[in-house]
Design a binder for this molecule. Structure first.
Ligand code: NDP
Length: 361
């Protein structure tokens, strides 16, 4: 196996950022957390954002704020922290025309570079610090001194300082307390999408199948959902996997549990998962998925898939269970008003049946 480069605090020097003006574009989940961490590490940080509540929040937090173009003009280092799908257009219109020669751009995700949706000019450094942590966690783990993992790397080196700048920024963000693992932007994008497109759906299907079998065999839905995920027991198991080891954490479970899981586990070893996962991997790595998602039809398909996902039987079961457990019901979805028209569109009609079939409980 090739050796992986992993960086810690002693590999970085904050002096490299002396007199550098850092601009955070997008004061959202990651933007706010990263801006606060960098400022608390003693760096010069300003914010670029559209006129809205995020900008007001940045001002309330005491940051100097500008519109995006004005902020970029002032920057030595630009953190692009708006949603990935907004970046290509914004980069073309507001970022690239205003960048200083020799500036450095930092991405928190490899997606746009990996799939050529942004092609940066050749007079700037391009780096990546992609936290494996939600924004709130980026801030919390900076404040409590624990740090968080990130995938980091230099994509384009022009000034000769990109690596040192990368490591200094990573240290200032607090991620090198835990570790920065060096990978390419393409590798980061593949990992991220593979987790979402292979692990997520496969795990979801396993969960739903278990729920179905248990309810069909007469177990009360309240008990089933608590057992399967509502108790939070599974998230503790996940924490223990990270702390102690994937298999070693089984020591925290009873002997009956360990014997049952290990002796019966063989039944599930030969599930035809690897072939399907390889297909997901190939689709992602070849750029096929990114191309599909950039197309107009996908936005339409997304609305329809989401509509059917929200109509799944499990949502009804869950609503009833939550009511009986006296829990709040979160209304997080409203169907598009024109959904009936959308369903008749020729572009999506052909795919409709397979989508509906796949959402059967
Ligand atoms: P958010 O959805 O929280 O970003 C919101 C910010 O982007 C707001 O400031 C918003 O301002 C601005 N914004 C939204 N649309 C536009 C637009 N069209 N033009 C200009 N500004 C816009 O993003 P995240 O923090 O979730 O993600 C930022 C980056 O971090 C992404 O690359 C993501 O992949 C990466 N990342 C995210 C993680 C997470 O847990 N969320 C984890 C690791 C990486 P306004 O309201 O004015 O539009």
């Amino acid at each position: 196996m090739p050796e992986t480069n992993i960086y810690f605090e002693n590999n970085a020097n904050l002096e490299k950022l002396k007199d550098k003006k850092i601009v955070i574009i997008g004061y959202g989940n990651q933007g706010r957390a990263q801006a606060l961490n960098l400022r608390d590490s003693g760096l010069d940080v300003i914010i670029g954002n559209k006129e809205d509540s995020y900008k007001e929040k940045a001002m309330k937090d005491g940051f100097e704020t500008f519109n995006i173009s004005e902020a970029v003009k002032r920057a030595d280092i630009v953190f692009l922290l708006t949603p990935d799908e907004t970046m290509p257009d914004m980069f073309e219109k507001e970022i690239e025309p205003n960048l200083k020669d020799g500036a450095c751009i930092n991405f928190a995700s490899g997606y746009n570079i990996a799939f050529n949706l942004i092609n940066p000019p050749d007079n700037i450094d391009v780096i990546m610090i992609a936290p494996r942590m939600i924004g709130v966690g980026v801030r919390e783990n900076y404040l409590n001194g624990e740090g968080f993992y990130s995938f980091i790397g230099v994509h384009q080196e022009v000034t000769g300082n990109a690596k040192e700048i990368l490591l200094a920024l990573a240290k200032a963000l607090g991620t090198l307390k835990k570790g920065g693992v060096e990978i390419s932007m393409k590798q980061e994008a593949i990992l991220d999408l593979f987790n979402e497109q292979a692990f997520g759906p496969a795990f979801g299907r396993v969960l739903l199948t278990c729920i179905k079998v248990l309810i069909n065999n007469g177990l009360p839905p309240e008990a089933v959902l608590i057992e399967m995920y509502m108790s939070n027991e599974m998230s503790y198991t996940y924490q223990k996997m990270a702390q102690i080891g994937l298999v070693k954490q089984t020591n925290f479970h009873s002997h009956t549990s360990q014997y049952g899981a290990m002796s019966r586990g063989v039944r599930y070893r030969k599930l035809p998962l690897e072939e399907k996962m390889q297909k997901s991997f190939d689709e992602i790595a070849s750029g096929k998925f990114a191309k599909e998602w950039s197309g107009k039809v996908s936005k339409l398909k997304f609305k329809i898939i989401k509509y059917f996902a929200m109509k799944q039987e499990i949502n009804k079961i869950e609503q009833e269970v939550r009511k009986n457990l006296k829990l709040k019901d979160f209304d997080v979805y409203s169907a598009p008003e024109n959904i009936e028209e959308l369903l008749k569109k020729p572009d999506v009609k052909n795919e409709l049946k397979s989508i509906m079939d796949s959402f059967e409980f």
